[in-house]
Design a protein around this ligand. Structure first.
Ligand SMILES: *Cc1c(COP(=O)(O)O)cnc(C)c1O
Length: 392
């Protein structure tokens, strides 16, 4: 093979343009480095992009999850269901509030939480036993929130959609309508992350989206220490222009104007990046269609936002190590959350979710990011083919 990468090829990475640089530099010389106009502008534009009424920008996606759990009133001992195949933060937000994390197994064809198994779990307990559901649009494939909403309504649950992987993603509902991830029509709240491996980078950053005005106002207060400056909400009489009230225990989970300047500039290119991700995915799908030994997770799924491109292979460890020798840094998403020692300490153990564990044993995320060139992609495919053919 003639092509050799100049630098290691990661599984995902950010794309920074001269326009991004100019936007950040301009923000650096503005009056406000934080709590300035770029935060609100980023929120407004992001809400428009997602197709939702309200957006709250935060310091990172984990903070977004934490405030969602708080705003929905998660308390000591309350039980919340999520998927074992996600980043730990999807589960940890429940623990921050003293709640109990429960899991249902995945659908091995998609890697998503299996809502039929969630139903079985719910039906095995009296109504009221569980309080909430945190489904994840894993890899960029949207959860069927229509189905999740039916369950939630039937069993009295709220929903936080962890849409970190899926800005611009959608599923097609039973009426044939496209339902965009995070659009707040079927879940009370949704969250996004702007960590550099995600679609839109701000350095660190996150967002909550919702159509619920009351939750929105509460989230704004929680983001800034639980402090209100709105006279209409004051508990005690106002004492002058300086007066504000800390009405509950909140946090400083704000994001800076510097981060939001980068986010705004990146958001302007979000559709381009998404289109390129889908093009790369289609090319991978084609390349692997006739390669025995490599299975693609959810090939050609409509609405997929392709944060990750996941393949499955018998000798995953072998392929991971082999690709590394060829300067390709693949990654594993995810080690099941219930197998993390912290969660094992809470009583979960190997064998609890066999489909997730089997998925984990064979999954590998291969390079997927808008700036991956066709040449680099062909090199990745050729290396995988070489590994597979060597083993057979
Ligand atoms: C990235 C990610 C998070 C956390 O976001 P941070 O901004 O890194 O805190 C949460 N859930 C999922 C599924 C993620 O991929």
């Amino acid at each position: 093979m003639s092509f050799q990468p100049e630098a290691p090829i990661p599984y995902g990475r950010q794309h920074i343009t001269p326009a991004d640089e100019a936007a950040v530099l301009q923000a650096l010389h503005a009056d406000f480095l934080t709590q300035g106009p770029r935060v609100a502008e980023f929120e407004t534009r992001f809400a428009e992009y997602i197709g939702v009424k309200y957006a709250v920008a935060l310091s990172n996606g984990t903070a977004a999850l934490h405030l969602c759990a708080m705003a929905l009133g998660v308390q000591l001992g309350q039980r919340v269901i999520t998927t074992p195949i996600t980043f730990a933060a999807s589960a940890n937000c429940v623990r921050y509030c003293g709640g109990e994390v429960h899991f249902a197994d995945i659908d091995p064809r998609t890697g998503l939480l299996d809502l039929d198994l969630v139903r079985q779990l719910l039906e095995a307990h009296p109504k009221g036993h569980f309080h909430g559901l945190i489904p994840v649009d894993f890899a960029g494939l949207a959860v069927n929130l229509e189905k999740a909403r039916q369950l939630a309504d039937e069993f009295g649950l709220w929903i936080i959609e962890d849409a970190c992987h899926a800005p611009g993603g959608f599923f097609v509902d039973s009426q044939g309508r496209e339902r965009r991830c995070g659009s707040g029509q079927l879940a009370e709240l949704a969250i996004f992350s702007f960590h550099p491996v995600k679609h839109i980078a701000t350095g660190e950053g996150g967002m909550i989206t919702t159509n619920d005005e009351q939750l929105y106002r509460h989230l704004l207060r929680l983001r800034t220490h639980g402090i209100s400056r709105d006279e209409a909400t004051f508990v005690n009489p106002g004492e002058g222009g300086w007066y504000m009230e800390m009405q509950e225990l909140g946090y400083n989970y704000r994001i800076s104007d510097l981060n939001c300047a980068l986010g705004l500039s990146q958001l302007a290119r979000a559709d381009e990046g998404l289109a390129r991700r889908r093009q790369l995915a289609a090319q991978y799908d084609d390349a692997f269609a006739n390669l025995p030994g490599v299975t693609v997770l959810a090939p050609g799924a409509p609405g997929h936002a392709y944060h990750l491109y996941v393949i499955q292979i018998a000798d995953r460890r072998g392929l991971y190590d082999f690709l590394k020798t060829r300067q390709i840094f693949a990654q594993v998403h995810y080690i099941p959350v219930h197998r993390m020692p912290y969660y094992e300490g809470l009583g979960w153990k190997k064998g609890d979710f066999p489909l997730a564990e089997k998925y984990y044993a064979h999954c590998l995320s291969i390079p997927m990011f808008p700036m991956l060139t066709d040449e680099e992609q062909e090199y990745v495919v050729a290396c995988i083919k070489e590994f597979v053919e060597q083993g057979s």
